[in-house]
Ligand binder design. Structure first.
Ligand SMILES: NC(=O)c1ccc[n+]([C@@H]2O[C@H](COP(=O)([O-])OP(=O)(O)OC[C@H]3O[C@@H](n4cnc5c(N)ncnc54)[C@H](OP(=O)(O)O)[C@@H]3O)[C@@H](O)[C@H]2O)c1
Length: 264
């Protein structure tokens, strides 16, 4: 095995585009070597890697379908093979397909649970095993602890409506896992949730509608991608935070919305 990368290494899932890319760039600017995970967006992943590499000492792209258990189990070992260490994991990739209690199916729930819940938990397990190998005794774990998992959640969990029902169930399960993993994997790992509000638009919203919805919060603005990325960096840096979630949403979780933003 070659020499471990000199900078701490973070694996960011879904980092080719959108929020994951912003998180990758922010962490790279803070000195992290970024393992950029992608599934379909290979070309965007190459661009993100190149942009991260301009900011930090290293970055590399890794393909994986997070719905495939064998592929998920192989992902962290592949990153280790290339970069020889992993210090943190940001679970940002997510499947987001519409259903409601009226259209719910086993298949819809299973699809969301695989990529949005099971894969983040398996990756956290793999990071824990790597930390165990690096620090066999709990007393060996350096203070401050370097191992961190950040799970991207959603303000929707604190302000529920039945749209995107299976997606919401998968994120609710991940939020519960966030607490249990923090208990089970300490002191080798800290586990922190970051829950954005409406941050980036989707194919369901035009720009004018997105801008109007973004203003619907107690603070008059929801989160920007940079707000979310800085919260992730804060979660990686702050050594006292574990088993909790930072809501980064301009207070949207304090308001009641009957529908998902994209369907309002
Ligand atoms: N955007 C928002 O306003 C918002 C609001 C609240 C919460 N969030 C949360 O923040 C995180 C990032 O949001 P986002 O809008 O950037 O997410 P997104 O665009 O919906 O998805 C991010 C990436 O997830 C990857 N992905 C989806 N299914 C996958 C699978 N089976 N295997 C591997 N990769 C898969 C895709 O990568 P490829 O393109 O490479 O296939 C996709 O580009 C998500 O967890 C989301 O729930 C976002």
């Amino acid at each position: 095995m070659s020499t471990p990368h000199p900078a701490p290494v973070v694996l960011v899932t879904g980092a080719a585009r959108r929020l994951g890319r912003e998180i990758a760039l922010t962490l790279a600017a803070a000195g992290w070597c970024v393992a950029v995970h992608y599934r379909d967006s290979a070309q965007d992943a190459i661009t993100t890697v190149a942009d991260c590499a301009r900011l930090t000492s290293g970055a590399a792209a890794f393909h994986c379908d997070l719905a495939n258990e064998d592929a998920v189990r192989a992902l962290l070992p592949r990153v280790l093979e290339q970069l020889c260490r992993v210090d943190a994991l940001v679970n940002s990739a997510s499947n987001f397909e519409h259903d409601t209690p009226a259209t719910f199916s086993f298949a819809a729930l299973e699809k969301h649970l695989r990529s949005n819940t099971a894969a983040p938990v398996l990756l956290a397990q793999a990071l824990y095993q790597h930390m165990q190998a690096r620090f066999p005794q709990e007393s060996d774990v350096p203070a401050p602890t370097t191992g961190v998992v950040v799970n991207l959640l959603d303000q929707k969990l604190w302000n529920q409506n039945p749209d995107f029902f299976s997606y919401t169930l998968s994120k609710a399960a991940l939020e519960a896992a966030n607490t249990m993993l923090a208990i089970a994997l300490s002191p080798r790992l800290r586990v922190v949730g970051v829950a954005p509000g409406l941050t980036l638009t989707s194919y369901l919203l035009d720009d004018a509608k997105f801008a109007a919805l973004h203003k619907m919060s107690p603070l008059g603005r929801s989160s920007t991608a940079q707000d979310v990325a800085s919260a992730v960096l804060f979660a990686l840096q702050n050594q006292s935070i574990t088993g909790t979630t930072l809501l980064v949403d301009g207070g949207q979780h304090l308001m009641r919305f009957a529908r998902d933003f994209s369907l309002m």
